[in-house]
Write a protein of this length. Structure first.
Ligand code: PLP
Length: 380
């Protein structure tokens, strides 16, 4: 048995999603492009799965294109927005705390001559609207702002950003990486006012290898992959029906029990924020109080977080020393907070899900307190 507190890295596939994938592979395994009835049935299924995910996200099915992951959705959105606005300018605004799936494409674009403004966070990972307003220019063609930061859980002002872009009159399209926001906050792309929005299956209890890009109705994106014309001609390639079936099941069930899931995660986060500083000497909370319900970043100043993570792992408790996507490198998110070095080194991310056991926190507190006692002498 183990205790899993790393749901921002990935989540276990829920049984209903695994079952849906199995059925797609063993019963309805036709090619959705085949004209005979077995293929037509598969095409009908894909239509249903798209409607399920769109329903959970709160958009029209035709506004949703399936992809292979959140990273692909982010890369596609950025490339496509720049292509659409190629005659209007070469300035991009994003934040210093985006996921690498946004930051790396931006860095590559800088090498191609684009200018990128990286908005800096405050000590708790908030991004200020006035900084965004000041950054917008007549040649700003893309704003990419995540909804929930994956390491801190801070919620970024995406809806306000949409209004600011409109007020400014600049031609920027607004992309939102909502990989950590989908089914963790109640929102719809329409209410946010975004043009493009990325989500990923494996953060919501679907398997790895599936994601989606919301493309606002009326926005005509250039194709990402040319070929047989699947996904409305935008992303060719035979549909990954097993992944889509599972994504649809996970999204539908997650949306149906959204309020209960959010309340459960919020209660765990509140309790962790109370219990851990009480039980673990020196432990400090890094996440903002108004953050998303599933992520709590803390620090044990003076400790090396990787050593603490290994100590807990040996005891069957899994959490992260930062984003799993940055293995071995100091987190750019915690670095952007400009924390003192001891706090930066000791940063840990605890992340919850609807299936995190309610009674699991005392064991976590006990293990962190044991890490405090066992590890400090070797570091002092
Ligand atoms: N964006 C954010 C905020 C994430 O947390 C992640 C994954 O950690 C991604 C994008 C990448 O998603 P995927 O793993 O589906 O490529």
């Amino acid at each position: 048995m183990f205790l899993y507190f790393d749901n921002a890295a990935t989540t276990p596939v829920r049984p209903e999603a695994a079952q849906a994938a199995l059925e797609a592979m063993t019963r309805g395994w036709g090619n959705p492009s085949s004209v005979y009835s077995f293929g037509a049935q598969a095409a009908a299924q894909v239509k249903q799965w798209r409607a399920n995910v769109a329903g959970a996200l709160g958009c029209l099915p035709e506004e949703l294109s399936f992809t292979s992951c959140g990273t692909e959705s982010d890369n596609w959105a950025i490339q496509a927005a720049l292509e659409l606005n190629r005659r209007k300018g070469r300035h991009i605004v994003t934040t210093a705390i985006e996921h690498a799936a946004v930051l790396e494409p931006c860095r590559a674009l800088e090498r191609q001559g684009y200018e990128v403004t990286y908005l800096q966070p405050d000590r708790q990972g908030h991004i200020s609207l006035s900084a965004l307003e000041a950054a917008l220019r007549p040649d700003t063609v893309l704003v990419s702002m995540m909804l929930v930061n994956n390491e801190l859980g801070s919620v970024l002002p995406v809806a306000q950003a949409a209004q600011a872009i409109r007020r400014s009159g600049c031609p920027a399209l607004l992309h939102c990486d909502a990989v950590q926001g989908f089914l963790k906050l109640p929102f719809t792309p329409g209410a946010l006012g975004v043009d493009l929005l990325s989500i990923s299956g494996h953060k919501i209890h679907a398997p790895k290898g599936v994601g989606a890009l919301y493309i606002r109705k009326g926005l005509k994106l250039p194709p990402l992959i040319r070929g047989g014309g699947q996904e409305g001609g935008l992303r060719s390639g035979t549909e990954a029906t097993a992944q889509l079936a599972a994504f649809a099941a996970a999204a539908r069930l997650g949306a149906e029990s959204l309020n209960a899931g959010l309340a459960h995660m919020a209660a765990l986060r509140r309790e962790a924020a109370r219990l851990l500083p009480e039980r673990v000497p020196g432990l400090k909370i890094l996440s903002p109080e108004d953050g998303a319900p599933h992520i709590l970043a803390v620090t044990m100043p003076g400790y090396k977080s990787e050593v603490v993570v290994r100590f807990l792992s040996d005891r069957g408790i899994f959490l992260s020393s930062g984003s799993a996507c940055h293995r071995g490198r100091p987190s750019h998110v915690f670095a952007a907070l400009k924390l003192p070095k001891a706090e930066l080194d000791g940063a840990l991310r605890i992340s919850f899900s609807y299936d995190t056991p309610s009674d699991s926190l005392p064991e976590l507190a006990q293990a962190l307190s044991a890490a405090h006692d066992a590890l400090f002498p070797s570091l002092s």
